[in-house]
Design a protein around this ligand. Sequence first.
Ligand SMILES: [Zn+2]
Length: 68
Amino acid sequence: MKKKLLLALAAVMVTASLTACGSSFTCEMCGEEKTGTSYTFKSTATGEDMTICEDCYKLVNDVMNAVN
Ligand SMILES: [Zn+2]
């Protein structure tokens, strides 16, 4: 079950998008309001885009590295 989750997370494309200075966004992974760089996290499983913060992006990257 845990492996399945890891594979689901690995099957995504993450693209960084720089937000304008001072603007904020809500991370859809941790739910916190953040400023700075937002990342668009596209799940190939669901086809949905999620906006995530840098912390969550690093977390996703760590999971990808662990799988690969
Ligand atoms: Zn986050």
